[in-house]
Design a protein around this ligand. Structure first.
Ligand code: A3D
Length: 321
């Protein structure tokens, strides 16, 4: 068995970091595709020239020709405009749907047996469109959102409780928009509920809830917080890392249970839509959706998020996609 071939469509901020992370971790040979001439070639040359120093040995190819993605095992799609300050992810719909259309057609043509991880925004709509155009099996088209949103939530909890982020587990479900649903009830530090630790810290239930709510709100707006600071684009280090966790789960057949944007066929009461839920990720892509009982409040929040996702998909269809 040779090395995996991992193609990245869109060699911008996220695409560049992804190429470097794949190389550093030797997850496979990398093809970095972009429509901008010479740029992906420049980035891959730059990355590979550090291979002697970093001690990796994989092939990296930058290209403007889709033929180079032929036979990819994994395709990661980052093509599309990022947000600028004041924009919502949904404002990117028309522009990025057009881009996604071409990308999906070419991935179908050149890498028909690949597993696709979609990162472009608005995420839930872009995954839906990619699946529709390629006709790939549902488990082989996966969106990245939950791994990043959950890591953001975990980071805030770790800061608040003064513990290592390595010991924090937190999960965010639903769509990748302002309606996303951080699951407070199961946020924990090595198994101890984060809420319990907050109540101990503040010796006041109300104050503890207030602090948790602030972290939930910050998580929902975390992408926008970075956009506001960067001014010229959106987060790219953390989205790349989040996608790498998914790539690793697939390459090493880890069966990790990660929150990903997956196609639902009745799970969580949703049929025919891509929504962020916990799923087992292995060599075949999404191998299983993990259902668990939500309490009424969580169910209401998830339903609200699903309604937003459906609205976005309807908007996209009205635009002719
Ligand atoms: P950016 O640095 O602009 O890179 C996008 C790249 O796509 C550019 O290099 C473009 O040249 C390229 N591109 C444009 N059109 C095409 C095309 N037709 N075919 C191939 N490549 C094309 O953006 P970025 O890397 O910062 O972000 C990429 C996408 O990810 C954006 O849509 C962001 O909104 C999205 N994003 C998603 C998350 C999630 O967690 C889901 C987080 C952050 C950003």
């Amino acid at each position: 068995m040779g090395r995996k071939k991992i193609s990245i469509i869109g060699g911008g901020q996220i695409g560049g970091v992804l190429a470097q992370l794949i190389a550093l971790r030797q997850l496979g040979d990398v093809v970095l595709f972009d429509i901008v001439e010479d740029m992906p070639q420049g980035k891959t040359l730059d990355i590979v020239e550090a291979s002697r120093i970093d001690g990796f040995d994989v092939s990296l190819k930058g290209t403007n020709d889709y033929k180079d993605i032929n036979g990819s095992d994994i395709v990661i799609v980052t093509a599309g405009l990022p947000r600028k300050p004041g924009m919502s992810r949904d404002d990117l719909l028309t522009t990025n749907a057009k881009i996604m259309q071409t990308v999906a057609e070419n991935v179908k043509k050149h890498a028909a047996n690949s597993i696709a991880i979609i990162i472009s925004n608005p995420l839930d709509a872009m995954v839906t469109l990619f699946k529709k155009i390629t006709g790939f099996p549902a488990g082989k088209v996966i969106g990245q959102a939950g791994v990043l949103d959950s890591s953001r939530f975990a980071t805030f909890i770790a800061w608040e409780l003064g513990v290592s982020v390595k010991d924090v587990n937190a999960m965010v479900l639903g769509g990748h928009g302002d309606t996303m649903v951080p699951i407070v009830r199961y946020a924990n530090v090595n198994g101890i509920p984060a809420m319990e630790l907050l109540e101990k810290k503040y010796k006041d239930k109300e104050k503890a809830s207030e602090v948790m709510n602030a972290m939930v709100e910050r998580t929902k707006m975390a992408g926008g917080e970075v956009v506001k600071l960067l001014k010229t684009g959106s987060a790219f280090y953390s989205p790349a890392s989040a996608s790498i966790a998914m790539v690793e789960a697939i390459v090493y057949d880890e069966k990790r249970m990660l929150p990903v944007c997956a196609y639902l066929n009745g799970e969580f009461g949703v049929k025919g839509y891509y929504v962020g839920v916990p799923a087992v990720l292995g060599a075949a892509g999404v191998e299983k959706i993990i259902e668990f009982d939500l309490i009424a409040e969580e169910k209401a929040l998830l339903d609200n998020s699903v309604t937003a996702v459906k609205g976005l998909v309807v908007d996209m269809e009205r635009l002719g996609f």
